[in-house]
Design a protein around this ligand. Structure first.
Ligand code: MCN
Ligand code: FES
Ligand code: FES
Length: 906
């Protein structure tokens, strides 16, 4: 043990700890300073930043033994508090710089250390600083963070007033379309918001800490699990295996398409007979401390007979491949696409035909906060599971039969969540902590390491696509033929739905009269496929948007012009035969054109013999909703004090569910003249919130938003008097008029049929991406110099939110294009190893241009936004690389060596 007298946030403290305890652990667990977040735990993300003796340090990898006697430590708590904010915190709120907010404390501490040493930083200084200190953000695309630092520094220098940063409600009281800061912003920028790991620390003493025993093979038969030694290890309460699970020990995707050859019951909670992928959970050790749990987990002996592992769709489709789930073929679902007349005669006669093969790989989600959750039995004997779930009711029904507990006896709650980007559309640890709580009868807590997050949560499912276009000499698309294989990993949940996305989005945006296609879902032993922002569109549209450029090249038509000739106009239908709800694409392209031409001139001007510059374009389209009659329900209640409460499961990945709920409810309740702070939000707890559905498919603003609008209108109807004024709560009570209303909405849509035809979404998002890149000829290295997105997402509810969504999604698109991957389980298990984009990989120049065409079915004209920015920015980048240097990359990511090989092969 060591003893140090130190000063923490201005107060003297005596620290007595083990020398190898990290500073982060000491600050968080001994002092409760949970503004210090632990993301990667490996020195790669900066979320644990604190200032020690004036220097910025990453406290997760700073041992207490390094602290000198008398050291001075500053955490975010020492920089500003909710009632005494530092200008950095105010600026963070003003610029919407805290989305999920998990990285915010680390960034603000880092920025404080910067402006302490350099009070007048340039934007480049700020970017260099965050790069050097490895401050990683997955949500914001970094630009708002730099904006915030520049303003805060100006305030600190006395050149700007902090008041200038504060939001003021417009005179008409309307917050719709403004930069009203999200309700959770204050807690996020002050580090007072408890994320799952913070709540875990604060749980009662009897809480058992869990560690997983995981498979280190990708495919194996389990011959035996020996827990005897582990059971005897210090602090161990119980080692839970499949034998302790009362139910079916399987997680189900609930809905499996009728032609799916599997039954959907293929994912074990704890493996019993087989291991299906690397990292599969085999046992859970529950102990008094995490350290004891981990030590005992290492002592569990698992006897495996390793089987051949099929790590890609082609491998699993080979004739001699064994069935990964015996009894179900590895190709377990097929989706046909039949639109218009036969394609073959059209291809035979067409002026021009282009064809290519495309691959978009296993993009990892890489939230900064690793997966975390806990479970306990409440005073009514109900099993309460708290996690990062963004589909609470969905997950409840997916895990209940496996656990062997009635759904009515489970309560699911979403913790404040540090980003999911879709991986939490699937249950991850919910059933694990549920099983552990049921087997031990005690509260249990499980926190993945970032390594576990990376290796044992779902990933984007790779698509292998072959695509052909037939067109006229003038560039009019006549027909399309597509073939796509989806590597969905070993678990089938939502795999058929994802495969359907290929039918819906390959060629989206263009009026193609004749289409034939066939897609298939393939079971493999690589990471299980889970939803990822864009869900199928980044794979599908990469193929159709890069092939558009190949067609443009073959025809000698400019790529923007070729798109202009084919986008949806009056009389057009989507690949599924749906009539688009608005026709904004021509206007988006018209808006993009002058920017595109200027960018091309600039690229020509600035290209050198060493560095070639280029410009690329792509069109992005995605639906807002789950297919067909997607439904949401919320409740709205007038309170005695005149405030109104909205109860909803609008799950918050970090995108701003709180702001969306508030913004929509406030707009709906405007006749009351209610102030936004008088609308209370009760979100994401199945005990008290009706089922508004999961936050996937950029559906919430449209579908939950319509339910909120409906509920608020019913309340207004109840409150409205004959003279048009509104009753008070007391008047409602006296007149026995209900004060609580249920708001419901179902999309007027139809599911796609076996031939991929239908009208699956009521609202779509449309965008045109422009990428400006530099390619270094000696190395093949690509730098994105600038991105522009001309977007139509309908009416904007909150400008900070939508800007943030677009910046963040574009940054992920840059990562997808150039660096991100999870093919190599070992190499890609860390943030830098997996190609996480740090600030210098993302340009400071990102232009967002909005064309707000009101959506007939959206609440007050709003569409969705979350996934638009990741539909296909990567295609624009790949097209720009070709424009710069003539190399066409059709298999992502476009790593320097790949581009270089292309250059050398030319
Ligand atoms: N919004 C708005 N005006 C509009 C449309 C939307 O202000 N016209 C706001 C909404 O109020 C909401 C946000 O934009 O706060 C996104 O709305 P929407 O597109 O309806 O999407 P959801 O709320 O259903 O969020 C899910 C979506 C998806 S599917 C993924 S994946 C995703 C995403 O949003 N993951 C995210 N954005 C993310 N952002 C962060 N920071 N972290 C994630 O994990
Ligand atoms: Fe410490 Fe990532 S750098 S948690
Ligand atoms: Fe930065 Fe979410 S706001 S990681």
């Amino acid at each position: 043990m060591i003893k140090r007298m130190v000063t923490i946030n201005g107060a003297p403290r005596m620290a007595i700890t083990r020398p190898d305890t990290t500073l982060a652990t000491y600050l968080r667990e001994s002092l409760g300073l949970t503004s210090v977040k632990v993301g990667c735990g490996q020195g790669h993300c900066g979320s644990c930043n604190v200032i020690v003796d004036g220097k910025l340090v990453r406290s997760c990898s700073y041992k207490m033994s390094r602290l000198t006697e008398g050291a001075t430590i500053t955490t975010l708590e020492g920089i500003g508090t909710p009632d005494n904010l530092h200008p950095l915190q105010v600026a963070w709120m003003a610029h919407g710089a805290a989305q999920c907010g998990f990285c915010s404390p680390g960034f603000i501490v880092s920025a404080k250390a910067l402006i302490d040493t350099n009070p007048k930083p340039s934007r480049d200084d700020v970017r260099d600083w965050f790069q050097k200190h490895r401050n990683a953000c997955r949500c914001t695309g970094y630009k708002p963070l730099v904006d915030a630092v520049m303003d805060a520094a100006a305030v600190v220098r006395g050149e700007m007033k902090v008041d200038d940063l504060l939001y003021r409600i417009p005179a008409d009281g309307r917050i719709w379309g403004t930069k009203y800061p999200r309700p959770s912003a204050l807690a996020k920028v002050t580090g007072t918001l408890d994320f799952g790991a913070d709540l875990g620390i604060k749980m009662p003493e009897e809480t058992l800490r869990c560690a997983l025993v995981q498979a280190e093979a990708s495919h194996a038969k389990i011959l035996g699990i020996d827990t005897s030694e582990a059971e005897k290890m210090p602090g161990v309460f119980k080692v839970v295996t499949h034998k302790d699970i009362k139910g079916k020990n399987r997680i189900t995707g609930l809905i499996t398409f009728p032609s799916n050859k599997g039954d959907g019951w293929d994912r074990p909670i704890l493996c019993d007979e087989k291991v299906f992928q690397y990292g599969d959970a085999i046992a859970i050790v529950c102990a008094d401390t995490e350290e004891h749990a981990k030590a005992a987990a290492a002592a569990v002996k698992v006897d495996l007979e390793v089987l051949p592992a099929y790590m890609s769709a082609p491998a699993a489709m080979a004739d001699d491949a064994m069935e990964i789930h015996p009894g179900t073929p590895n190709v377990y679902f097929e989706q046909h696409l039949v639109k218009g007349p036969e394609t073959k005669p059209i291809f035979d006669k067409a002026d021009v035909v282009v064809e290519d093969d495309f691959y978009v790989g296993r993009q990892p989600h890489m939230p900064i906060e690793p997966d975390v959750g806990f479970a306990f039995f409440n005073e009514d004997g109900k099993l309460c599971i708290h996690s990062k779930s963004i589909g609470l009711h969905l997950h409840l029904y997916m895990i209940a039969p496996g656990l062997g507990i009635e759904p009515d006896n489970i309560i699911m709650v979403q913790n404040p969540t540090g980003g999911t980007f879709g991986y939490k559309f699937s249950p991850t640890m919910e059933a694990l902590v549920g099983a552990a709580a049921m087997a031990t009868g005690r509260p249990v807590f499980l926190n993945y390491s970032w390594y576990q997050q990376q290796t044992y949560t779902g990933k984007r499912s790779p698509f292998f696509i072959n695509l052909r276009y037939a067109a006229t000499r003038e560039g009019k698309l006549l027909a399309m033929e597509s073939d796509w294989s989806v590597d969905h990993g070993p678990y089938s949940e939502f795999g058929d739905l994802l495969t359907l996305r290929g039918a819906q989005f390959i060629g989206a945006g263009y009026d193609i009269p004749s289409i034939r296609g066939l897609g298939r879902t393939v079971c493999t032993n690589h990471a299980w496929g889970s939803a990822f922002r864009g869900y199928g569109s980044p794979q599908s549209e990469f193929a159709s948007e890069v092939l558009m450029d190949e067609l443009a090249e073959k025809l000698g038509i400019d790529p923007l012009e070729l798109r202009y000739r084919n986008v949806y106009r009056e009389g057009a239908t989507t690949p599924t035969g749906q009539v688009p709800e608005v026709l904004s694409l021509p206007e988006l392209l018209d808006t993009a054109r002058p920017r595109y031409l200027a960018a091309k001139e600039k690229a020509a001007r600035e290209s050198t013999a060493e560095v070639k510059k280029g410009v690329g374009i792509s069109v992005g389209v995605y639906g807002c909703g789950l297919d067909g009659p997607d439904t949401a329900e919320i409740a709205v209640e007038l309170n005695e004090d005149g405030t109104v409460t909205i109860f909803a499961t609008w799950h918050d990945h970090g995108q701003g569910a709180d702001m969306g709920t508030l913004g929509t409810a406030h707009e709906a309740l405007r006749p009351l003249g209610i102030a936004p702070e008088n609308i209370r939000l009760v979100l994401n707890d199945t005990a008290v919130c009706p089922n508004a559905g999961p936050a996937g498919g950029s559906r919430s603003q449209v579908v939950v938003g319509r339910a909120i609008k409906a509920g608020c209108e019913l309340l207004l109807g109840g409150m409205r008097k004959a003279d048009g004024t509104f009753r008070t709560y007391a008047e409602m009570r006296d007149e026995k008029i209900a004060t609580r209303y249920s708001g419901k909405w179902s999309a007027p849509c139809t599911d796609c049929n076996a031939e991929g035809q239908g009208s699956p979404f009521a609202v779509y998002m449309y965008g045109v991406f422009l990428a400006e890149v530099s390619v270094e000829l000696a190395t093949g290295k690509t730098t994105v110099d600038k991105m522009t997105l001309v977007a139509d997402i309908g009416k904007i509810v909150n400008r900070l939110t939508v800007d943030g969504q677009l910046y963040g999604g574009i940054a992920q698109g840059i990562g997808l294009a150039l660096s991100e991957d999870f093919e190599d389980i070992k190499k890609h298990s860390t943030m830098p190893g997996a190609g996480f984009p740090y600030i210098k990989q993302i340009p400071d120049e990102i232009d967002l241009v909005y064309v707000e065409v009101p959506r007939p079915e959206g609440p007050f004209g709003a569409g969705g936004v979350g996934e638009l920015p990741l539909t296909c920015p990567h295609a624009a980048i790949i097209n720009a690389i070709h424009n710069a240097c003539g190399v066409r990359v059709t298999r992502l990511p476009a790593l320097p060596e790949k581009v270089l090989a292309g250059l050398q092969g030319k």
